[in-house]
Design a protein around this ligand. Structure first.
Ligand SMILES: *Cc1c(COP(=O)(O)O)cnc(C)c1O
Length: 363
């Protein structure tokens, strides 16, 4: 027994498992396990970050005005209702810290992102997992799962690791059906991969109980910089800003994100490349007897016959230096989540799965 007792809930947190980046004994690996953009950040973002490094003796902007203005201009949003975080993970943590505590419930879906549960527990709240319907967010199940203790309802749209999404009308029905005092959080980590999608911004303008989180880690290719943002009613953003550290986002991250969000041409290019190779890879795998739901994001959830086959295929891919993600921890033991890489990576995955299915050796 130690004399130091962590706060309730903390010891229930299982450490977040990031995507692997190495395979023992394999030198040339392709990482397809963390939904990173294979094309990297915009060259303009790289340039802006390099220039920002010279001023690292200065603290970063604490009001983050320049980035909030750039996001506002690009997405047609009110900069006063934007908050920036060290990744959208930090915005998720702020939401839990501010709105949920002991005795409160935080809802998320069966195959929902791991950080919802972790942040709920860190805040001392009770995480509640709600069933999906065939790997799709089930609005009726979420509404039925609400109680007077429900304070936050997280959905990712598109969802990770399923890649599926629900319509704006369904999201509106969820928002409108929530009990008073429950806030809907729309996690738009993959929103930029969907053509003409505002991630719920219009729903936010028309309601007081919806916020969204966004990230620079996915299509913008800035996962290493740790930067994301949130948008919602002024009253809620003002609350979140009270717990935000004044210098929570670094100078380099702010500079890179500002250049990245303004480089809409590069984003469109990445979206198109992803859509092209996502469709190609899904078709190839389907022909090999490995189906997947139509993905709206930058990965596909490949479904195998059972857990043993999924794990055997993962091992086979690893031997060829292809690192994908096992998702048993997301209640999907017989599936593998494969990030859409560049053309050579997608071709290598398809060829490896074909060889695996035909019983060839990996080497
Ligand atoms: C990748 C991802 C995020 C992004 O997290 P960051 O902290 O911004 O890197 C958030 N939500 C989901 C569902 C994700 O898959």
């Amino acid at each position: 027994m130690t004399q130091f007792t962590p706060q309730p809930g903390i010891m229930d947190i299982a450490l977040y498992q990031g995507g692997a980046a190495h395979v023992d004994g394999v030198s040339n690996v392709t990482k397809l396990s963390s939904n990173e953009n294979p094309l990297g950040p915009s060259p303009k973002a790289v340039e802006a970050m390099a220039a920002a490094v010279a001023a690292m003796h200065r603290y970063p902007s604490s009001d983050q005005t320049a980035l909030r203005r750039a996001i506002g201009e690009t997405h047609g949003l009110d900069p006063d209702r934007i908050i920036c975080g060290a990744g959208s993970d930090e915005i998720i943590a702020f939401l839990c810290q501010c709105y949920a505590g002991p005795g409160d419930e935080v809802l998320y879906t069966e195959h929902g992102f791991a950080m919802y549960r972790i942040s709920a527990l860190a805040a001392g709240a009770t995480p509640v997992e709600v069933a999906e319907h065939e790997r799709v967010t089930d609005v009726d199940a979420l509404l039925a799962g609400c109680t007077p203790q429900t304070k936050l309802v997280f959905i990712a749209n598109p969802n990770n690791p399923t890649g599926t999404m629900i319509s704006e009308a369904e999201v509106a029905r969820l928002a409108d059906g929530l009990p008073k005092g429950a806030l809907l959080v729309l996690d738009g980590a993959y929103a930029e991969y969907v053509e003409n999608f505002d991630a719920g911004a219009k729903l936010i303008e028309a309601r007081s109980n919806v916020v969204m989180t966004r990230t620079f880690s996915k299509i913008y290719g800035l996962g290493g910089a740790r930067i994301g943002w949130g948008y919602g009613p002024k009253e809620i953003i003002d609350v979140l800003n009270r717990v935000r550290g004044p210098f929570n986002v670094s100078t380099t991250a702010l500079a890179g994100a500002e250049a990245a969000v303004r480089d809409t041409g590069y984003v469109a290019h990445c979206r198109a490349e992803n859509a092209k190779w996502r469709g190609w890879l899904a078709d190839q795998l389907a022909k090999l007897g490995v189906p997947s739901d139509t993905s709206c994001a930058n990965f596909i959830l490949a479904r195998f016959a059972d857990q043993a086959e999924a794990e055997a295929c993962d091992t086979f891919l690893q031997a060829r230096g292809l690192i994908v993600r096992r998702v048993a921890g997301y209640n999907l033991p017989s599936a593998l989540r494969i990030t859409i890489g560049d053309e050579p990576a997608c071709r290598a995955v398809a060829a490896a799965v074909a060889d695996f299915k035909s019983g060839q050796d990996a080497e």
